[in-house]
Structures are given as structure tokens and as C-alpha cells.
Design a protein around this ligand. Structure first.
Ligand code: PLP
Length: 478
């Protein structure tokens, strides 16, 4: 099948659903009672928000405000993204929303919201079956989504991409399909201590079944992976290394390419969990030489319930079905059933077709920005946030590895993390508190819980100031 151009594939979706000029929230998007939309998100001025000034409280040595008007031409401004994201213009508890829970999920640009409603309003059909126009169009969109994911990850072919519900399902798929046929008693699966539970528990289940071992790779004091320990733990028994490209709790960006090269010397495969990486910097699975790469759409400005697994073609081609049903077979007979080639063999049942359309819109949106400039902006915002939060008495940031995404996990002396999150929520600031599904990473710091502010391209230095000011008030009030 030829893969249609992405824009051409989306045209039938958006036809008849033009975006009314100046409308921030598409028709049919109901906001909870009591919420307000101050200004229009589609307003070129950014829906009532203006480029943030230099924070008055920042001391002389503070890193320059990342969206300073003096930023070099061609640099990225968060207002470019903010004006597309309607939800960022609502209020919460009487304050403009400050969304700093991007590690849990990202907010959606109107392009994604409109693609979803456009699909259901004008193009809904099941795919890969039926000879009618609608089925053909929906199939084209679905496969255009696969091609877009392949391009986004630097994969050689759309056939290397399997659609799944998200990162968790992708890892379970690899464990249940590849893992069951490649691991046995005495084999090792190396898993760094900073991993999300999604990249620990599926391996524990697999190890129990196959009598393999899950071997934790320790962290250094800065929250980076202890690379000497990693090198020592690798052996001919190692079948798999499962590592995040960015930690959701410490922000650490491990040297995945180097770790992969080392693992390959022992014949081990490497699964890279890109859940927290994909929204922050460009990814190239072939340059990483990753055997598997997984991510969730919802952490990438796309809908929930859709994500992708990349695997090298020689590995994917060898993977047995892990779920049976429609779409994944070639022929079914009570005496003998044969299976479709990959990737369809691993996609039993009706997939999240609208989710793929939304993911395609999200990838188009994200890649419409200069991604290097976005990464540079986020790095400077992170430096600014670290500096600003350091001025809050009693605040301790977790993790100080040199390469990090913009995740600020912290404790505040005298305050339970859940109480911190509740306090901030009263000011309209959304952060997460708890174990962040990374209990071993927190245990490394002797903690069971912490608060976390996780930033995205649409966050501003002004929002960082609001976070710091609210935390300062919390300290002063008690
Ligand atoms: N891996 C990492 C690093 C994550 O941060 C998360 C979610 O926070 C996951 C895996 C699981 O993602 P999902 O719940 O979308 O499957």
C-alpha cells in the first residue's frame, strides 16, 4: 500500500470542520461549570497573556528569563504554543491555570481536539475491512499516522511501528511476546533504579514466568545511572536492558546510546522507554540503535489511549502474537490458523482509530516548531526554575544529573507533598504529589513521596515565578 501524504490524509477529517477564526474552544467542547476563558487562545497576542517580563524577584545572577524579548531571532517562544492550547486559558479556583503536571499528561492543542471531533463528525469508520469509501479513508488516515510515527522516531519504515494503548502496553507486549520466547532460567534483565513501575513490573512478571532475574542498576548520588556498576552487571547472561530515555521523577537523561552499544557487545537487546523524552527533544531510534522504543501519545499532546512500539524489523518480524482476534490473522480454521505479517499481527481487534488521527495531528503540531529551539527553550526554563525554586527556604530538589529534562521533584521542609499540591491547587497551580510510580527512585533518596512540577514547551518563566511565590507563602503562613 502507498502511504498517503499526512496532510492529504487529514483533509477528509477536517473538511467541513473549519476552525472558526478567533475561536479558542471548538464547538462541542464543554467546560466545567464555573470555569472562564480569559481572552481567546487563538488571539495572536496569546489569549490575554503577554510575553512574561523579567521576574522582579530574580537576583542579578539569575539565568536570563528564557522568553526574554531579547531572545535571538528564530528562538522559540512559549506563546507560539500557548495560543493553540485552549485549556491553558481557563481558570482554576479563581486563578489562571498553571499546568505543571506535564509528566503525568500534556494538554492538547486545538489541532488535536479538532482532528478528533472532525474524525467522529465526518470520517468515522472501522479500518482494514469493508470496501466502502469511508473505510478506505479511515484506513488511509490510520496508516498515515503510522508513517508519521515512523518519521517522528527516525524509523526506517512504517512497518516497524505497532500501535498500542501507550507505553505500559508496549512494554507488556514486548515482555509477553519477545520476552517469553527469548528468556529462560538464569537470564538477566537489567533495569535501572530510576525506572517507572511500567518498566519494572512487566519484567518482574516475565522473570517469574521464565525464571529469569530482574537486576537493578544502581544510581549515583546525583540521580544518574551508575555507569561503572552498569558495566559490571552486564554479562553474557544479560538478555535485555530496559532503560528510560528520561526519568519521570529525577529528570535524568541517561546516555542511552552508549549504554546500548555496551549492551550489544554482550548480545543483549535494549528497550528504551521514551514516555518522558518524546515531548522534549528529537528522537532517532536508528542513531540510538535501540532494539525497542516505546512512548505514549498523551504525554506528547495527543489523546490518551494511543501510543506506539518501535522494534527493529528483524526482531519484530520474529515476534509471536500476544493477543488473538480480528485484524491480526491471515486465515482462521479450527485445524490451523495463520497470522498476518507485522505490524498487524501484534494489533488484535479494532484499534484506537480516532486516537491515531489525534496522534497524527499532535505530531504535525509539535514538529511545526523548531524542535532544537524548543529543547533549548526548555533547558533555559529549567535552569531558571532551578534557580528560582532554590530561593524557597527548606525546598530540596531531587536529582542533579548533568543531562535532564525539565522535571522538578522536590520536598519542602515541614510539609507533606500532598498538602503542598493541595495548597498550590488553591492558587490554580497543578503539580503532582506521591510516589510518581517510581518508588525505587524515591527510595534512593530515602523518600516515599515528593512533589513534582514538570514543565512543557508552553510553560513560562512567569508561571515558575507563580509556583515559587505560592511556595514562599506556604512557608511563611506556617
Ligand atoms: N514510563 C515513564 C518514564 C513514564 O513517565 C510513564 C508515565 O508516567 C510511563 C512509562 C507509563 O505511561 P502510560 O501510563 O502512558 O502507559
Amino acid at each position: 500500500m502507498t502511504i498517503p501524504d499526512v496532510d492529504r490524509a487529514l483533509r477528509p477529517v477536517t473538511a467541513g470542520y473549519p476552525s472558526p477564526a478567533g475561536t479558542a474552544v471548538p464547538n462541542g467542547t464543554a467546560l466545567p461549570a464555573g470555569t472562564a476563558l480569559p481572552g481567546s487562545a487563538a488571539d495572536p497576542a496569546g489569549g490575554g497573556t503577554t510575553a512574561p517580563p523579567h521576574p522582579q524577584s530574580a537576583p542579578q545572577s539569575a539565568p536570563q528569563s528564557p522568553s526574554d524579548p531579547a531572545a535571538p531571532p528564530g528562538g522559540f517562544s512559549p506563546e507560539l504554543a500557548r495560543r493553540d492550547v485552549p485549556i491553558l486559558h481557563r481558570t482554576v479556583n479563581g486563578h489562571p491555570l498553571v499546568w505543571l503536571d506535564n509528566g503525568a499528561t500534556t494538554q492538547k492543542p486545538r489541532q488535536v481536539i479538532e482532528a478528533l471531533s472532525g474524525f467522529y463528525g465526518a470520517a468515522n469508520s472501522n479500518i482494514h475491512r469493508g470496501a466502502h469509501t469511508m473505510a478506505r479513508e479511515a484506513t488511509e488516515m490510520y496508516e498515515a499516522g503510522r508513517a508519521a510515527v515512523a518519521r517522528f522516531l527516525g524509523a526506517a519504515s512504517p512497518d516497524d511501528i505497532v500501535f498500542v494503548r501507550g507505553t505500559t502496553e508496549a512494554i507488556n507486549l514486548v515482555a509477553q511476546s519477545w520476552g517469553r520466547s527469548h528468556l529462560g532460567p538464569g537470564d538477566d534483565i537489567l533495569v535501572p533504579v530510576l525506572e517507572h513501575h511500567s518498566n519494572i513490573v512487566p519484567w518482574q512478571l516475565l522473570a517469574k514466568e521464565t525464571r529469569a532475574r530482574v537486576v537493578p542498576v544502581p544510581l549515583g548520588p546525583d540521580g544518574g545511572i551508575d555507569l561503572d556498576a552498569y558495566a559490571d552487571l552486564l554479562s553474557v547472561r544479560t538478555r535485555l536492558v530496559a532503560v528510560s530515555q528520561a526519568s519521570n521523577v529525577l529528570g535524568t537523561v541517561p546516555p542511552v546510546r552508549e549504554m546500548t552499544a555496551l549492551a550489544h557487545r554482550y548480545g543483549a537487546k535494549v528497550l528504551v522507554d521514551g514516555a518522558q523524552a518524546v515531548a522534549h527533544f528529537p528522537v532517532d531510534v536508528q542513531a540510538l540503535d535501540a532494539d525497542f522504543y516505546v512512548f505514549s501519545g498523551h504525554k506528547l499532546f495527543a489523546p490518551t489511549g494511543i501510543g506506539a512500539l518501535y522494534a527493529k524489523p528483524e526482531i519484530l518480524g520474529d515476534m509471536a502474537p500476544w493477543q488473538g482476534g480480528g485484524n491480526m490473522i491471515e486465515s482462521v480454521d479450527f485445524s490451523h490458523t495463520t497470522y498476518a505479517p507485522v505490524p498487524h499481527r501484534l494489533e488484535a481487534g479494532t484499534g484506537h482509530i480516532a486516537g491515531v488521527v489525534g496522534l497524527l495531528a499532535a505530531l504535525n503540531w509539535l514538529t511545526s516548531f523548531d524542535r532544537q529551539a524548543v529543547a533549548a527553550y526548555e533547558t533555559s526554563l529549567m535552569a531558571y526554575a532551578q534557580h528560582t525554586l532554590a530561593a524557597v527556604p527548606g525546598l530540596e530538589l531531587l536529582g542533579s544529573a548533568p543531562d535532564r529534562i525539565a522535571v522538578l521533584t522536590f520536598t519542602l521542609a515541614g510539609h507533606d507533598p500532598a498538602a503542598i499540591a493541595e495548597w498550590l491547587d488553591r492558587d490554580g497551580i497543578a503539580v503532582r504529589a506521591g510516589h510518581h510510580c517510581a518508588q525505587p527512585a524515591l527510595a534512593h533518596y530515602g523518600l516515599t513521596s515528593a512533589a513534582r512540577a514538570s514543565l512543557a514547551l508552553y510553560n513560562t518563566p512567569e508561571e515558575v515565578d507563580q509556583l515559587a511565590a505560592s511556595l514562599l507563602r506556604l512557608q511563611q503562613d506556617t
